[in-house]
Design a protein around this ligand. Structure first.
Ligand SMILES: Cc1cc2nc3c(=O)[nH]c(=O)nc-3n(C[C@H](O)[C@H](O)[C@H](O)COP(=O)(O)OP(=O)(O)OC[C@H]3O[C@@H](n4cnc5c(N)ncnc54)[C@H](O)[C@@H]3O)c2cc1C
Length: 378
């Protein structure tokens, strides 16, 4: 193994691989070496990613299913110009790694980075096998790697089954995103039904609450749902995890300090929208912008989100923490009074203030005003 690199990336997850991909695409690895260090040696198909984007099949060849309409409040809504996309992490990891394998300047280290310390000239990176040097060190990892689970007061947790129907078929044209017709149990709970094929799909219960769902709780709910809906099925895979709903990694500056050599990426850089947990596309965008800035020797961008969107998120998080039972009524009202396309645009933080006022005026205004008062006191 070399001891000196231009770039070291900690973590071969979504953000680390997107960054390696763009460094390679922009020609930054023609004369420079990159090391990607990954500590989890069993990382294969550890998650499913969904995201919405204007339809462009060529840009996302690893996507295995796209829906152009969503089922919301028992009705199908076309979401033009978007498609809601589904990908298995193993397909994304495989696609990027295949691209990277063609560049001899990309190196892999299977093990954990123990420490990284920046000086004026370089970053010193400590591994079990010794010290390495890099000009830039990009650090990914989960929030709990940096802050500990106690820093988080609200979790988005989910338990999903990838199932095959033994009888009957699904309509594969629409995906169901937030179906609140399941018992709430003093939390905010909803169901996703993503039909990948007529007889195969992902059924997932999601909960917003201070304590994450256990696998046993989730599987009990899924068994009940399948029974009620008459889905006789075989379980192919179980997915269970929890995403912190927290603003702790929100960035308030648009660029990193000019002499910064240790740069956070992914969750650690605030890529996840705190109220939804979506972040896959934000990581792709940030990685691309980082590569462009490095190529042009410009200040390195952060994942900056406009102040008003940070505030909306903080207020909703406060409401979901202090009055979790209200989540169902808020989201049902939102989806019944606003077109799904506008909601997706809002969640992408691309709406105008005028559009946002239309969205807010359709919600329970008095609840939000009360929450504003208690939020201010907190
Ligand atoms: C189960 C699940 C489902 C999700 N679904 C969606 C979704 O549908 N849509 C969406 O937009 N977002 C989703 N997310 C949120 C987000 O997109 C993912 O969490 C994403 O994988 C985060 O990417 P990351 O690179 O920040 O972290 P990770 O993908 O977790 O990658 C970090 C990597 O760094 C490694 N690492 C950490 N510390 C070290 C160290 N010291 N040395 C070496 N390696 C280290 C870890 O082993 C890991 O592989 C989901 C998250 C989870 C957990």
């Amino acid at each position: 193994m070399r001891s000196s690199y231009q770039y070291i990336i900690q973590g071969a997850g979504a953000s680390g691989l997107w960054l390696a991909y763009w460094l390679d695409q922009f020609g930054l690895l023609q004369n420079h070496h990159l090391l990607i260090a990954e500590g989890d040696l069993n990382k294969v198909n550890d998650r499913t990613w969904c995201f919405w984007t204007p339809i462009d099949e060529a840009e996302f060849p690893f996507v295995d299913k796209r829906w152009t309409s969503l089922r919301v409040q028992n009705a199908n809504q076309v979401i033009d110009p978007y498609a809601y996309c589904h990908t298995r992490s193993q397909d994304f990891y495989g696609w990027v790694k295949n691209k990277l394998s063609q560049n001899p300047n990309i190196h892999w280290y299977k093990g954990y980075i123990e420490q990284a310390k920046a000086s004026q000239e370089y970053v010193e990176v400590q591994t079990a096998e010794g010290k390495l040097q890099a000009q830039y060190f990009f650090r990914s990892g989960q929030l709990t790697d940096f802050q500990g689970p106690d820093a988080i007061s609200l979790w988005q947790s989910f338990v999903g089954w990838r199932i095959r129907l033994d009888q009957g078929t699904w309509d594969t044209k629409s995906a169901t995103l937030m179906d609140f017709s399941i018992p709430q149990a003093h939390a905010t709970r909803f169901l996703y039904v993503l039909p990948i094929a007529e007889n195969e799909g992902l059924v997932e219960v999601t909960q917003f609450h201070a304590s994450p769902l256990t696998v046993a709780e989730g599987e009990e709910m899924l068994a009940e749902i399948c029974k009620e809906r008459g889905w006789k099925c075989s379980i192919l895979e179980v997915e269970c995890n929890a995403i912190p709903m927290s603003s702790v990694f929100n960035q308030t500056e648009k660029v990193t300090q000019s002499n910064a050599r240790i740069i956070p990426i992914g969750v650690a850089a605030g890529a996840l929208k705190p109220t939804t947990g979506y972040g896959f596309l934000a990581m792709r965008k940030h990685a691309r912008e980082l590569a462009i800035a490095l190529k042009n020797k410009k200040p390195l961008p952060t994942i900056y989100r406009k102040r008003r969107f940070r505030f909306y998120d903080a207020l909703l998080l406060h409401m979901l923490s202090s009055t979790p039972h209200r989540g169902k009524a808020i989201f049902e009202r939102l989806f019944s009074r606003q077109p799904a396309t506008r909601i997706l645009k809002f969640l992408d933080e691309k709406t105008s203030i005028w559009e946002e006022l239309r969205i807010f005026s359709s919600l329970q205004v008095s609840w939000f005003l009360k929450a504003l008062v208690t939020y201010g006191k907190g």
